[in-house]
Design a binder for this molecule. Structure first.
Ligand SMILES: [Cu+2]
Length: 160
């Protein structure tokens, strides 16, 4: 008899423990798990958003006037220009760093390397180069955590 009572009380205790365990794994725990899941998703989304925002230009493309004046905007990791063809002669590149990292603009061809200084975010420069007819490359060669060329920071440029 005693044994039976003891057994029952053990069962009750066990049932109690089970109940507690069920509550522990029940809606409250699910809620916590799903909240944790939502938090992780939210973090993922904000990380993606932040990194895509980081690759948006933060300043407008300069719009210089003149046949051989070229507006150029550089950022992670692109070069945008107002025109990619000019007539031969002294060409002015009005360059702005619209990004969050350092960049520079190089006008390159066989035997030619003309560049702005390294530009901090928000800085701008005017680069004047006397260009003969031919094909040129505009490029940023900075390597920080990224290799800017490999990331796409280059563009062809033609002088007629
Ligand atoms: Cu760059």
């Amino acid at each position: 008899m005693n044994l039976s009572i003891t057994h029952r009380s053990l069962l009750r205790r066990f049932a109690g423990i089970t109940l507690i365990a069920l509550v522990g794994c029940g809606p409250a725990a699910d809620g916590a798990a799903s909240e944790a899941g939502e938090t992780e998703e939210a973090e993922d989304v904000s990380t993606v958003t932040a990194s895509s925002n980081a690759r948006e230009p933060r300043l407008p493309l300069p719009q210089p006037t003149g046949e051989r004046a070229v507006g150029a905007r550089i950022w992670e990791y692109q070069i945008e220009v107002t025109k990619d063809t000019v007539p031969a002669g002294e060409t002015e590149f009005h360059v702005v760093n619209a990004g969050r990292d350092e960049h520079w603009l190089i006008v390159r061809a066989e035997g030619l390397f003309e560049a702005t200084p390294h530009l901090l975010p928000g800085d701008s420069a005017v680069l004047r180069v006397d260009l003969q007819p031919g094909e040129y490359t505009l490029v940023c060669t900075i390597r920080d955590e990224f290799d800017h060329i490999s990331e796409g920071e280059r563009r062809s440029f033609v002088v007629r």
